[in-house]
Design a protein around this ligand. Structure first.
Ligand code: CAA
Length: 379
């Protein structure tokens, strides 16, 4: 098995690291504290090609593989997980889904702008009563002939107010259950579409999370993705890939917290020596490093499976399950290594601990990942 990254993958990793280290540290605490959307940083990500990394150059994308995407996600998440969730949703859920299943007209109209950041995309599946139980969609898309009439509410939507394009999952034929669901492209300025207030969140506070309300929104038939009734499978397919991106985000939060812990432990003295010389700290660093390496291998395995055209539902879910636990555990221990300093904002690790939690919740909770993994094992 070859664990070596290619020259191109290493170059992407270096470019993402350089961008994150030079452009994201400044203001990250303020953006978190004031829930400020990183507009300038997202614009720069678009210019550098981080918003449509895996899309073919024909549509303005980077034409890169999923391994490169994982490497970039890790580097950006080390510094600012709010930026990386914006990037992840745009890349994995919106761009990938449109390129794979959209019509040529949809790609020309939306994808070419989503890859450059001229447009930002959002993915709207979750509802007040349908989070993990994604088949129970209450939002309806009534078939009116040449358009759908969209009614309902979506919750916790990343890029909720900054997106221009929303992929909305809705029920057209309740009698057919999940086979009666459609995925529709909805534009931000559609009459009857209202974005609710911003959620006040524990973590990833720079990203804008909103509920969305649709009242008699007319969505042209040509904005449906795939065949009639394909919407639920579409959602499952994009989420399977999205989980690799969120796994890489979790990996990045963990490695960011770990790197700060190593640095701090060499600088901070207690009992006459740097705390890195105390076994109590060394054991923590050793556990962090081991878990992070294991998480990285799972992320790269899942990315490799996707790039090789293999089934990646199980490997993606495993990567997300393990990396998100690693993010949470590592960030908690990073705060412990930093002691009192870890509890204040200037040292970053308290933010990383708050950011880590969402990786165990969105794009399927850890419990959902276990369902996906066990089904794949037992089928
Ligand atoms: N690819 C293609 N089709 C798939 C699939 C996949 N990976 N997984 C399931 N399906 C299909 C099944 O084949 C089945 O279709 P058929 O009946 O035609 O064969 C259909 O989908 C229904 O599957 P299940 O019977 O397995 O459905 P279920 O209700 O038992 O549960 C689940 C499935 C895995 C629990 C699913 O509901 C799920 O993943 N829930 C979590 C939803 C989620 O991740 N939400 C995140 C919201 S988005 C977000 O967080 C974005 C953000 O802001 C960052």
């Amino acid at each position: 098995m070859n664990f070596q990254l290619t020259e191109e993958q290493l170059a992407v990793q270096a470019a993402a690291r350089d961008f994150a280290q030079s452009e994201l540290w400044a203001g990250v605490i303020e953006r978190d504290e004031h829930q400020k959307f990183p507009a300038e940083q997202v614009k720069k990500m678009g210019e550098l090609g981080f918003l449509g990394m895996m899309v073919s150059p024909e549509y303005g994308g980077g034409g890169m593989d999923t391994v490169s995407y994982v490497l970039a996600m890790e580097e950006i998440s080390k510094v600012d997980a709010s930026c990386s969730v914006i990037m992840s949703v745009n890349n994995s859920l919106v761009c990938w889904g449109l390129e794979k299943y959209g019509t040529e007209e949809q790609k020309q109209k939306y994808l070419t702008k989503l890859t450059t950041g001229e447009m930002i995309g959002a993915f709207a599946l979750s509802e007040p009563e349908a989070g993990s139980d994604a088949t129970s969609q209450s939002t309806t898309a009534e078939d009116m002939g040449d358009y759908y009439l969209l009614n309902g509410t979506k919750n916790w939507i990343t890029n909720g107010s900054t997106a221009s394009v929303y992929l909305v999952i809705a029920q057209t034929d309740p009698g057919k259950k999940h086979r009666g669901i459609n995925a529709l492209i909805v534009e931000r300025d559609s009459p009857g579409f209202v974005v609710g207030p911003k959620e006040n969140k524990l973590g990833i506070r720079g990203s804008d999370t909103h509920s969305l309300m649709f009242t008699d929104v007319k969505v042209p038939k040509e904005n449906r993705i795939g065949e009639d009734g394909f919407g639920f499978k579409f959602a499952m397919q994009v989420l399977a890939g999205g989980r690799i991106g969120i796994a890489a985000q979790a990996l990045g939060i963990a490695s960011g917290a770990y790197e700060l812990s190593v640095k701090y432990s060499k600088e901070r003295k207690a009992f006459g020596v740097p705390i890195s010389q105390h076994q109590a700290i060394q054991f923590k660093l050793a556990d962090m490093a081991t878990n992070i390496d294991a998480a990285r291998l799972l992320c790269l395995q899942a990315a490799h499976d996707k790039d090789a055209g293999l089934d990646y539902a199980k490997s993606g879910a495993m990567a997300k399950l393990f990396a998100s636990k690693t993010a949470m555990d590592t960030a908690v221990e990073a705060v412990q290594v930093h002691g009192g300093y870890g509890f204040v904002k200037e040292f970053h690790v308290e933010r990383m601990m708050r950011d880590a939690k969402i990786t165990q919740i969105y794009e399927g909770t850890s419990e959902i990942q276990k369902i996906v993994i066990s089904r794949e094992i037992l089928k």
